[in-house]
Design a protein around this ligand. Sequence first.
Ligand SMILES: Nc1ncnc2c1ncn2[C@@H]1O[C@H](COP(=O)(O)OP(=O)(O)O)[C@@H](O)[C@H]1O
Ligand SMILES: Cc1ncc(COP(=O)(O)OP(=O)(O)O)c(N)n1
Length: 261
Amino acid sequence: MTIAGSDSGGGAGIQADLRTFAFHCVHGASVLTCITAQNTQGVTRVDAMSPEAVTAQFEAVMIDMRVGAIKTGMLLNQEIIKTVAKKLVAFGCGNVVVDPVMVSRAGAQLLDDDAVKTIREQLIPLAAITTPNRYEAQILADMEIHTLEDMQTAAQKIYKLGARSVLVKGGGFTNELKGIDVWFDGDRLEVLQTEVIDTPHTHGTGCTLSAAIAANLALGKPHFQAVQDAKNYVTEALKYSLAIGQGQGPVGHFYPLLNRG
Ligand SMILES: Nc1ncnc2c1ncn2[C@@H]1O[C@H](COP(=O)(O)OP(=O)(O)O)[C@@H](O)[C@H]1O
Ligand SMILES: Cc1ncc(COP(=O)(O)OP(=O)(O)O)c(N)n1
């Protein structure tokens, strides 16, 4: 199940998550938190769902289906974060992937300023895996990140907030760290690296990665394997990213499969 916002352009958010689930052959349920008017150039409007609507969607799915894993994406405000955290605890959800979405690559604010504290204190401690990008990791770890060692220190600091494992993502770098991620689970500190794909069309990488991790967990893969396989999936999707729209296009999920025949 994904708990996330809608992207009208279809590149990120709920749309990317459900597409990713489908390409992992797992059924996707969804809890919509907000509706963004968004395209490849940016976000022009955001409308929040009420906490009651979020609760009702969550309960409707959870009381009826066996949910193998949950990912959280854009939660927008404190009320929604608190509502989601309360329900995750009430239903004893274990395989929770927290993507602490704060801003889009294009610079749009996707989380209220006063909500970072709530993410840090109420949501991260419930995460089996949390997946901050460079910007989000800087905020959560309260430090600047410029080097691989900084990424490793940040992963260790965010782990101390209570997540069972942390993946600090390197898509936001413009140097040799681009595409390098760091994973820490309190014991193993791993560096993940795939080939760097030279494309401006990277919209939805973070959503796709966290959804793929959740799908892999639902399929029963161990945590690190789930992360490795998800990273490979994103790399493949980046290779086939779509130059649609006037701005930053989305990663492409279909073409690798078509090429495989
Ligand atoms: N150009 C790229 N080539 C290869 N991997 C990339 C590239 N851009 C992003 N990634 C990878 O995509 C995943 C999502 O990371 P990132 O783009 O930092 O997330 P977000 O969308 O949340 O900002 C990470 O595994 C990152 O390393
Ligand atoms: C509705 C919605 N949710 C999340 C995001 C952020 O998506 P992400 O995968 O981090 O990709 P970029 O936006 O950074 O390209 C979003 N934009 N919209």
